[in-house]
Design a protein around this ligand. Structure first.
Ligand code: SAJ
Length: 452
């Protein structure tokens, strides 16, 4: 073992290594603060100056359970600070963790521009004795091409610089808890980098840490979310089949899931968030190579993307049952975030549902206790204001506050008693018993029209 390796290993083991986190978003900030909370001194950088301003005033830039408290604690203990430029952070840190986004372009291809910008900075800096970790989700092949090429401009991997891919596994809403309890994967190209990365994460993660070849790590991250996306698509498709048979998806789901090897996911309004709609696309677009085709992954994406249209069809069906047309109707939407009890609206199905309804001539009002986003619809003051005088209530997100909301109050506010419950937040049978027209993905409360 070289002296340089021994030195960085010692710094990591006794937590005197200075850590830097590049990109302080929904992955980077919980990562930076969680390492700071274990005793490391952590510096963060970001290109978003407003976000840095907020952080320096100890204001958490987004809603995440426990994040605000952690931020206050780490700033108070002098364990977390901000660098105005990534260049400054590289100069002072021994370990640098990159957590910048890798979104999609408008034509649905991986957009690596944020990562490329950061790697350009690395390529222009002396990285002698440092460990560079990549947490951003990347198309397979990116580590060996882009990352290693950049960090080896001035140094040699395994000799005077080390690097590993450690895919983030943070679910918005439970990030600060799950970061310590979810097993982690370390992908390495040279063995010593794997050893250093494992030592680093052992300081913070109480769960298993698996080391593997970097290509497996790259692919595994994307397969995990593709697995979920495909399973949700299957659930959505089964939901549509249930509507045809006139049976209740939820009841079917609980019957099927009594089998020890079946885990039928929940049907709903479609799939949103920063990960599931994107990672299957990264999986099929290897870095520097031709795209791969996969029918099941492509169809799953298409099914999930089509669900907002199905929700609008349910709205139209509910209205026509009452002799009303969607054009000129008044619709209320409860929930704009992509899943329950978080403030994140990225790629949320609520956006498409709202815009389709507006296109069809509906007047739409929305309410979400976690977000001010309204997608150009009317923003209501509260959940009851949102439904006052409306023809249809569409529940798009199952925030706790919407679950089992009082049906008598809903009925007294709505102009027409129609509920489209995309998340099964309300008891459908109870709603039917109170003379609501209650429809859900996989629950056709109205007698099936396609039945022969
Ligand atoms: N959804 C359904 N039906 C289901 C489950 C989910 O319609 O049965 C929808 C949700 O409503 C949401 C979307 O799918 O719109 C995605 O939600 P999610 O709960 O699958 O989670 P994310 O995107 O917040 O986080 C995922 C998680 N990945 C897996 O569970 C494999 C998380 O653990 C990852 O860390 C995260 O992606 C990530 O960062 O990659």
């Amino acid at each position: 073992m070289s002296e340089k390796f021994q030195h960085i290993l010692g710094l990591i083991e006794n937590k005197t290594a200075k850590l830097g986190v590049v990109g302080l978003g929904q992955v980077g900030l919980p990562t930076a603060l969680s390492f700071a909370d274990t005793g490391f001194s952590v510096t963060g950088s970001d290109i978003n100056k407003k976000l840095l301003d907020n952080l320096s005033r100890t204001v958490a830039p987004f809603e995440e359970s426990g994040l605000s408290e952690l931020l206050q604690k780490c700033i108070h203990n002098n364990k977390f600070s901000i660098a105005n430029k990534t260049e400054d952070l590289i100069l002072i840190c021994d370990v640098i963790i990159v957590c910048v986004p890798t979104p999609l372009t408008e034509n649905i291809k991986p957009n690596l521009s944020y990562l490329e910008d950061v790697m350009k900075i690395f390529a222009n800096h002396q990285l002698d004795g440092k460990l560079v970790i990549i947490e951003s989700s990347i198309p397979p092949g990116t580590f060996e091409n882009l990352i290693l090429d950049s960090i080896q401009k001035t140094n040699t991997l395994g000799k005077d610089v080390w690097s590993a891919f450690v895919p983030e596994r943070l679910a918005p809403g439970s990030a600060t808890r799950e970061i310590r309890t979810t097993p982690r994967v370390i992908g390495y190209h040279d063995f010593d980098s794997g050893v250093l990365a494992k030592k680093l994460y052992q300081n913070m993660v109480s769960a298993q840490i698996i080391t593997t070849d970097v290509k497996i790590a790259e692919i595994s991250k994307l397969v995990e979310n593709t697995y979920r996306d495909v399973n949700v698509a299957l659930a959505n498709e089964i939901g549509l089949i249930c509507e045809n048979y006139g049976v209740d998806f939820k009841e079917l789901q609980s019957v099927c899931n009594s089998h020890p090897r079946v885990n039928l996911h929940s049907a709903g309004p479609g799939v949103g968030g920063p990960c599931l709609p994107k990672d299957p696309i990264l999986l099929l677009n290897p870095q520097g190579k031709n795209a791969i085709d996969s029918k099941i992954i492509r169809y799953a994406r298409a099914i999930n993307d089509s669900m907002p249209e199905h929700v609008v069809d349910l709205v139209i069906r509910g209205l026509s049952h009452h002799g009303k047309s969607v054009n000129g109707s008044k619709i209320a939407i409860w929930g704009v975030t992509y899943k329950a009890n978080i403030s994140d609206t990225r790629l949320t199905p609520a956006e498409r549902i709202t815009s389709l309804l507006v296109q069809k001539g509906s007047k739409v009002s929305v309410f979400d206790p976690f977000s001010n986003e309204s997608f150009d619809a009317i923003k209501a003051h509260d959940m009851w204001d949102a439904i006052a005088g409306r023809d249809v209530l569409v529940i798009v997100t199952d925030h706790d506050v919407f679950k089992n909301a009082d049906l008598d109050t809903i009925k007294s506010k709505l102009a027409t008693p129609i509920i489209i419950d995309t998340r099964r937040a309300i008891d459908g049978k109870l709603a039917n018993s109170k003379s609501f027209t209650y429809l859900a993905v996989g629950y056709s409360g109205i007698k099936n029209e396609t039945k022969k």
